[in-house]
Design a protein around this ligand. Sequence first.
Ligand code: ARG
Length: 583
Amino acid sequence: MIIDELRNGFSAALVAAFGPEIGEVDPQVVPASNPRFGDYQSNVALSLAKQLQQKPRAIAEQLIANVNLSYFCKPLEIAGAGFINITLKPAYLETQLSALQTDPRLGVEKAQHPQREVVDFSSPNIAKEMHVGHLRSTIIGDSIARILEFRGHDVLRLNHVGDWGTQFGMLIAYLREVYPTALTTADALDLGDLVALYKKAKARFDEDEEFREIARQEVVKLQAGAEDSLHGWRLLCEQSRREFQVIYDLLDVQLTERGESFYNPLLSAVIDDLTKQGLLEENAGAKCVFLEGFTNKEGEPLPLIVQKSDGGYNYATTDLAALRYRIQEDGAQRIVYVTDAGQANHFAQFFQVAKRAGWLPENVEIVHVPFGLVLGEDGKKIKTRSGETVRLKDLLAEAIARTRADLETRLTTEGREETEEFIANVSKVVGLSAVKYADLSQNRLTNYIFSYDKMLALQGNTAPYLLYAYVRVQGISRKGKIDFTQLGNSAQILLKEETELVLAKHILHLGEIIAEVERDLLPNRLCQYLYELSQKFNQFYDQCPVLQAEEPWRTSRLMLSDLTARTLKLGLFLLGIKVLERM
Ligand code: ARG
């Protein structure tokens, strides 16, 4: 990457100018905050002033005298108190870009040390509706997994489905009473029925002591492996699973299901080991670990319960068992959990217990990747008009339907005739992309307002805007009957106009952006990059003739257009978004 080359050049110059005593200094090379300062800048001279007992400008001058980067940078400039501005030579950009022509990775290097990465995402709950929080987790988790995969990591995409626990005792007990067929016959229910029954079972559980007892016995039976209970439980799971799969297919998301029940046989060992470590204490009949740094209202240490007084295990126990399994059996070197920010404490707490128990080897990193809420246009938690939780299936169908309506209007105004197949495909791709992109383009930590109008707009930081930029390039190829793959390997990209230079530089940044997203797990940076790429392309295209240009500019601009499209396609792929040739 260019930035690495600059860093190395600066590090070498620091040693050459100030001797090896200078030690390991971060050369502080970063992309320029403003194009007026060139392409990159470094503030290292300012930060060394104290150590070297010299004025920053003097340091900068000595540094520059020793920098050996003239083969690809214009003469370095000192600005203000001692900032160093770096501008790349157009000739260098031209060679770099021309090299991308034949590089399917578009300059994105593979990770030097590929890791085993577990991404725990989506993870809805059986017998409950998958909600917008799960949608966010699915979209963000998928994009993170795609980026890690592309960088060459060995990624395990895990769906930690909530398929175990006391709620199943409650549900089974209730179904035995009102609809036993559901426990013996496949397809007796759809998820809507199941969710409604679940709510009724819960209400019953909350108000009826006798029923609570029956439900508890059902849990014991299920956990002990009684065949008829297990059979019923499996049917319920399959029912939900089929519904979840509809969403995953629509969104084109791959996941390996490994639900909470998978870890059931490993739960008692968690308790045993915590006991051996001397971490386990009894609190009101429950087994727990007292946490450091977490207190209740009275300022007393907070317990993390890992075994309830009735002997049952909970969400935290399962997560501890899962963590151990993922490290020991899956060989995880990093585990990434994508859930709503509301679960931050849960993760911080069981992470702490795992660390104190010594279950976390030094080379293993565990990260919670939290995200904010999805709000309705009224700024409150998103609901349907009648106040119900929004079903994902309906939400996605609505996005597709609205895209279709917009498209049909546009076709009429433009007097275009298109086949039903075309209309259906464009509506589906654009509608789903819009939902994904609206989510990914926000900093995941903030809440965002779900607005069909905004996400489907053709202008602004939206999926349709980006898809259009891609389509525009394909339009050039159709109009000029150009086969981009046949432009010739000997042809050079030439950068003359300002908009060409700006676009070219942006294309060359992809690798840096991907490395950043990999580190910070913030896909919105990639969205921002692609949005700016589309804008820069549109500015270039508005100002520079392409098909009408004379050679060698024509070929060069065609190559630049094609590189833009390929960058868009790759970037969007990493967000889980497909491109269209026409729309
Ligand atoms: N099933 C949980 C929920 O719906 C999410 C699980 C996240 N993963 C985990 N390992 N805890 O909130």
